[in-house]
Design a protein around this ligand. Structure first.
Ligand code: TEU
Length: 547
């Protein structure tokens, strides 16, 4: 297996990264133009969200042709140039494989609709009357997970939008067709893959109603998922590449298996990003439960370590609100909290991911009107919230905090109109604070979040302790303090993260023995010789001991 422990992966949301031709949408040539910036960060892999041919109902996660580049993003020639130019700068490419479903615009689905039995078996069709779906399962984007096709007198399953039809992985022809997609991109020089909702691909043999939930317990980490992933990896020869699976509502036990049984290098799990969901419902607001946040890191870090598994470390992606607005304080302690959240995740055991703009401390979008949102999930749930009687202001506040569009705003390159993302009209607006928060400004400021990220990345490269060391957690009962020790051989690094805007004094830590390695305040502070953590302080240091 490739060494992925000392690597840092940078996620590019292609549609919002850089627009080279003024049509308001990011594109591949835009990325090529920013490779020097990415190289200067020190990252190793670039994960690109899907840029394949698509009707774009879910921004490219509805793929109509896995082997073609959507013209809005560029051409196959651009992909080849990108791979070559990136390679010249020591950057490898990781492409996003959306294999749980295809767009209903895909040729396979169109043939199924035309009644071709071979292609009907590529998807999950069930006979039935027009008013009774086969099960009561709910789509993750709201509404029934089944759509009726009158002329076929059949329903098809879609766990996401109704234009994203779930593939039937039990059909060997489907698995073979998907392997060919991997082989195609591998031959182009792609060196890593991300698998979208990789743990939802294996559906149960029998479809039944879910009396207690939305159906996910029947297909999450489904019956043949481990077998199918292993087969895909072995048959395409990507076992020595960096691979990551997105695991929706998964379990620790399954993630141990995904990463220890030659399936994937690492996994994304999301439990730590649901700690502000009231009763597990994304559309019901509640303040962050930092106790749960801490506990989840504790359990996953130690659980994976004990079994030899491996985590992807992240707080942001294109489906999540911005971490600094969510877990930090994007007003009073914007800079401190963005740096603290970065250090807190990057110094744990696993491979860190940076989502475009995170390295600048980009905040949530701050939209005030429904017309500013673009995401299909946000549109659907806005309607559902209003239908359920939520007042408009409350529904808008919920979107302000929860919408995926918070993570999809244009990359903030400079303070010029549209943040330097496009010369045209951007498909989605940047947050208003882009005039202060942008790459150009961050490069000028020696104390910027951007420079802090560079230091963090460098630290990982220089210290096997960070990439390979073990972890143990300290201060289990201090809810707003996430503290841990990394260790390898005789060496130790202590990391203290204050998850609050209040001071915390640590009785057990004497500062006279403390040697700072990295932090977000100029000097280590103490009260009567004991370590004093200021608001949102992060401190990585060498110490004799913690009592
Ligand atoms: O996301 C999968 C997923 O289950 C969640 O991100 C989900 O969309 C969200 O939490 C619901 O609140 C992946 C992709 O990352 C996402 O962009 C796609 O829309 C989705 O799969 C379908 O392909």
């Amino acid at each position: 297996m490739a060494n992925f422990k000392d690597k840092v992966i940078y996620q590019i949301y292609v549609k919002s990264f850089s627009d080279s031709n003024g049509d308001g949408l990011g594109d591949l040539r835009g990325i090529i133009g920013k490779l020097d910036y990415l190289q200067s960060l020190g990252v190793d892999y670039l994960w690109l969200t899907p840029f394949f041919r698509s009707p774009m109902n879910d921004n490219g996660y509805d793929v109509a042709d896995y082997l073609a580049v959507d013209p809005v993003f560029g051409s196959m020639g651009d992909v080849e140039t990108l791979i070559a130019e990136a390679g010249r700068r020591g950057l490898a490419l990781m492409f996003d494989m959306v294999f749980n479903h295809t767009s209903t615009g895909h040729e396979w689905f169109q043939k199924a609709l035309a009644g071709d039995p071979n292609y009907l078996d590529y998807y999950i069709f069930r006979d039935g009357a027009p008013d009774v779906p086969p099960t009561n399962w709910q789509s993750k984007f709201g509404g029934s997970a089944w759509e009726y096709v009158p002329h076929l007198k059949k329903w098809y399953l879609h766990l996401f939008d109704k234009t994203q039809a779930d593939l039937n992985w039990d059909n060997p022809a489907v698995r073979e067709a998907l392997k060919n997609v991997i082989r195609f991109w591998k031959a182009k020089g792609v060196q890593g893959f991300r698998f979208d909702v990789a743990n939802l691909i294996s559906k149960p043999a029998l479809f039944e109603d879910d009396d207690t939930g939305d159906g996910r317990r029947f297909y999450t980490d489904g019956p043949h998922v481990h077998e199918y992933l292993k087969e895909l990896v072995v048959d395409t020869g990507i076992g020595d590449m960096v691979t990551v699976g997105e695991m929706s509502s998964t379990s620790l036990d399954n993630c141990i298996r995904y990463t220890t049984e030659k399936e994937l290098s690492m996994v994304f799990s999301f439990h730590h990003l649901k700690v502000d969901y009231k009763n597990g419902d994304k559309w019901e607001l509640q303040p962050v439960d930092f106790g749960a946040f801490k506990r989840l890191f504790h359990d996953w870090q130690l659980g994976m370590q004990q079994a030899g598994g491996w985590n992807a470390l992240f707080l942001c992606n294109h489906d999540q609100p911005r971490a600094v607005s969510r877990f930090g304080d994007d007003k009073r302690y914007w800079k401190q909290s963005a740096k603290m959240l970065a250090a807190c995740t990057h110094l744990m055991r696993g491979t860190p991911y940076i989502f475009q703009g995170e390295e600048l401390g980009v905040t949530n979008a701050g939209y005030t009107d429904i017309s500013q949102y673009r995401d299909v999930e946000s549109q659907n749930y806005y309607r559902i919230m209003l239908e359920n009687g939520k007042p408009k202001e409350e529904a808008l506040e919920t979107l302000r905090q929860r919408s995926r569009d918070n993570g999809r705003t244009p990359m903030q390159w400079d303070g010029s109109p549209n943040a330097g993302f496009t010369d045209g009209t951007p498909w989605i607006q940047p947050p208003e604070n882009y005039r202060a928060i942008n790459v150009a400004a961050a490069l000028q400021d020696p104390d910027s979040i951007l420079h802090f990220y560079k230091s963090l990345i460098r630290l990982r490269k220089e210290n096997p302790l960070i990439s390979d060391g073990k972890i143990e957690f300290l201060y289990p009962d201090e809810t707003r303090l996430l503290a841990y020790r990394r260790f390898l051989g005789a060496e130790s690094l202590f990391v203290f993260n204050n998850l609050s805007g209040k001071e915390i004094c640590l009785d057990g830590v004497r500062t006279d023995s403390c040697e700072k390695v990295l932090g977000n305040y100029p000097e280590v502070s103490n009260r009567e010789g004991k370590l004093l953590l200021r608001p949102y302080e992060t401190l990585a240091c060498r110490l004799d001991a913690v009592r």
